[in-house]
Design a protein around this ligand. Structure first.
Ligand code: ZN
Length: 421
């Protein structure tokens, strides 16, 4: 099957060099040693990245708007003023030691698609809207995927305003600063209808590279549960206090973590369990810890299994605290999501028409697409990344693969934007 000529002409306008140059220009904002980036949500770097994206969008006369949680929307108008937009996007924030492609690729691939469609002079019935979601990573303020959670009504903005980062800065203030830093951008309401959503992203895993495929047709995202687990002990002198008399919060934290590893042990290696964040008070080598807060992240693609594991976390933690009291706070509860066949098939068909090798796969990582799938037909396009490395400064991807993903995105967006009801 071959592609319609006007679609092919539009796809041909996707400019591999321009996409790469923009990625590298963004990578300078928050650049860290080792070739990575640190662009935390609501940081100075996040604000600078937003400003650069807005400048690029305005240079093409796309309209720009922002909502109350700072999600940034860039729109190319359609011919039917009442039609809900077809959306694409991802995020511009990064992990503390993140790479140059996670998130920002989907935003810039979306901009490339908008620009290619605009340069080709193609009219679409629906508007096409690019969104840069706020705080997808959750590295600074937890939980992750905040912007899309609020946009889709899964969570309320007020639920997040009192969240604090490791330095005690409140999200309320950080958000206000970010909004104030982009004063010339029109404000829009938090919720708006969407006709469909496609997110392009690096795979963050090794499957495409090892199969020699360029395009991952993503079928869904595994479910996850997040918890903050707090252990309350008592600080004492490390040299004088007998062990039997201590309430050592760090020792119990270790007991709990060990028990959770036992709970999530899986011969098939499908369960994912991670403790990636820990705050110890007073965090001094010769003081017994009085308080420990750590995160627990559990994931599985099967709804029954993730539910069983999620429910078992608190009892397992309670049973293994020997000297201290604990508090378990669930911070994220997402069931596995299955993407819409219309969008999945469209991505697969377009990849075939462009003669790009593709395979279907499910996503181990969470993405904003998970929330969008609750309100509109949704899908994702993955492109390979080197050795599957991500959330790491060494994250890398090939310019040609990134452009191929942007071409698939462009064609799929065009198809969805002209589809009749
Ligand atoms: Zn990402």
């Amino acid at each position: 099957m071959s592609m319609r000529e006007d679609v092919q002409n539009t796809v041909n306008r996707v400019d591999q060099g321009r996409l790469w140059r923009r990625l590298m220009e963004m990578a300078r904002i928050g650049a860290i040693p080792g070739g990575g980036v640190n662009r935390a949500a609501f940081s100075r770097e996040d604000i600078a990245a937003r400003a650069l994206l807005v400048a690029w969008a305005r240079a093409r006369n796309f309209s720009v708007a922002m909502d109350a949680i700072g999600n940034l929307f860039i729109r190319r108008a359609g011919s039917d003023p009442r039609a809900a937009p077809v959306m694409t996007g991802s995020h511009m924030d990064s992990q503390p030691r993140g790479g140059r492609f996670d998130g920002i690729y989907g935003v810039l691939a979306g901009l490339e698609a908008l620009q290619a469609i605009d340069e080709a002079g193609v009219k679409t019935r629906r508007p096409i809207e690019l969104v840069a979601w706020t705080n997808e990573e959750g590295g600074r303020f937890q939980p992750c995927t905040m912007g899309s959670a609020v946009y889709t009504g899964a969570r309320r903005l007020e639920d997040f305003l009192d969240v604090k980062d490791n330095e005690g800065v409140g999200l309320r203030d950080a958000l206000a600063q970010t909004l104030a830093a982009t004063p010339d951008v029109a404000r829009r309401p938090i919720k708006a209808p969407a006709a469909a959503y496609i997110e392009a992203h690096i795979e963050q895993g090794p499957l495409l590279e090892s199969a020699g495929k360029t395009i991952g047709v993503v079928t869904g995202i595994q479910g996850l549960r997040w918890f903050n687990i707090e252990v309350f002990g008592k600080t004492d002198h490390a040299g004088t206090t007998p062990l039997a008399l201590r309430q050592d919060a760090l020792r119990d934290a270790v007991n709990i973590i060990h028990a959770l590893h036992e709970l999530t042990r899986d011969a098939a290696d499908t369960v994912r369990f991670t403790v990636g964040r820990m705050l110890v008070t007073p965090n001094s080598p010769n003081s017994v810890a009085s308080h420990v807060l750590f995160s627990a992240d559990v994931r599985h693609p099967d709804p029954v299994t993730i539910d069983r594991l999620g429910k078992a976390v608190e009892p397992a933690a309670r049973k293994s605290a020997r000297q201290c009291t604990i508090k378990v706070t669930p911070t994220l509860h997402d069931d596995p999501c299955v993407f819409h066949p219309t969008v999945v098939d469209s991505i697969e068909r377009v990849a075939n028409e462009l003669k790009l090798g593709s395979m279907r796969l499910s996503s181990g990582a969470s993405h904003d697409a998970m929330y969008m799938a609750r309100i509109c037909p949704t899908g994702m396009i993955f492109v390979p990344c080197e050795k599957g490395v991500s959330h790491n400064e060494a994250e890398n991807a090939k310019s040609a693969d990134l452009a191929a993903g942007a071409r698939v995105l462009t064609a799929a967006l065009l198809e969805l934007a002209n589809k009749e009801e």
